[in-house]
Design a protein around this ligand. Structure first.
Ligand SMILES: O=C(O)[C@H](O)[C@@H](O)[C@H](O)[C@H](O)CO
Ligand SMILES: [Zn+2]
Length: 291
């Protein structure tokens, strides 16, 4: 067994930290604070943070090939110019659903920005149900709608051979898979690969590791879990000192570390006293010997 070290690298007090993305070129971690309407870039070398305020709840951020970023803000797919902090709207979805916003999003290996929507919450996981849909912004800026009836569109990623798309609708309490066609961006044949156990609570953000295993952040579960999508078995549990773990990504040197975001919203005063690092950015490190 290898040993694990967990460290809060940034006490950012995010209301709802989300969408951690490693930016190799700048050795930094990008993330958002959804209700605080900000996109952040934490430089892992200088430890400095840059924050860009936007005009709506920003639920995901991704790297753009041209430089700069793309982000989902409110119900809009946007381009974000980091230098002058300007936002350019690329497309809008759910025009008939004024209470909706985007939630988690990620870019597929062919440059399609997948992101799903949800009704705005009145409290964490309390919302009008079945209001969300899953979309993708294609490189030509056309938007494709995949399906609707989503409660809380959340974690997503692709298998290493790009033939499977993994997806989480949080209130289904499962991690699902679809066949994926990278050429066309089509999905098919939805099935469940993992059902959450009770203490694991609500499945939220997700990423895949170099061995093709899935890592799922468990909101209210204070942990990330490693799953084998082929057998449907949980392989590992990594507990964090905060309950509202929202998402995870690999980063750092050779992508050997994991970054985990979390939330403060929904915690009472006593909870915040017990978990003062809630809303911070956590780093998980494995000692030599791998996972
Ligand atoms: O982080 C997200 O994906 C949502 O925007 C959050 O609000 C929580 O996940 C949700 O409340 C728990 O399901
Ligand atoms: Zn999420």
């Amino acid at each position: 067994m290898s040993s694990i070290k967990i460290e809060c690298v940034l006490r950012e007090n995010c209301r709802c930290g989300e969408s951690p993305v490693w930016e190799e070129a700048s050795n930094s971690l990008l993330f958002v604070d959804i209700p605080a309407k900000k996109v952040c870039q934490w430089d892992s070398l200088s430890k400095r943070v840059q924050r860009v305020a936007v005009d709506g709840p920003v639920s995901s951020v991704a790297l753009r090939q041209l430089g700069g970023y793309v982000a989902t803000i409110g119900t809009k797919f946007c381009a974000l110019n980091w230098e002058d902090q300007s936002v350019f709207v690329l497309a809008m979805v759910d025009k008939d659903k004024t209470n909706n916003r985007f939630n988690d999003g990620k870019v597929d290996p062919a440059g399609r920005y997948f992101a799903g929507t949800m009704a705005e919450e009145t409290a964490p996981a309390v919302l009008e149900r079945h209001q969300g849909s899953l979309y993708a912004l294609f490189p030509d800026h056309n938007v494709k709608k995949y399906f609707d009836q989503v409660d809380i569109s959340n974690g997503l990623d692709w298998s290493l051979d790009h033939k499977i798309f993994y997806y989480i609708d949080s209130l289904s309490y499962s991690v699902d898979a679809f066949d994926y066609d990278l050429q066309t961006g089509q999905i098919a044949n939805r099935r469940i690969v993992y059902k959450m156990e009770k203490e694991e609570q609500i499945p939220d953000g997700m990423c895949i590791d170099a061995e093709g295993k899935l890592w799922v952040a468990c909101y209210n579960g204070g942990r990330v879990i490693r799953l084998d999508p082929e057998t449907g078995k949980r392989l590992q549990t990594v507990k964090l000192p905060v309950d509202k773990t929202t998402s995870c990504c690999f980063g750092g040197k050779d992508y050997s570390e994991m970054y985990v975001t979390c939330a403060r919203d929904g915690m009472d005063a006593e909870g915040l006293l017990r978990q003062p690092d809630a809303g911070g950015i956590f780093k998980v490190m494995w000692s030599l010997g791998g996972k």
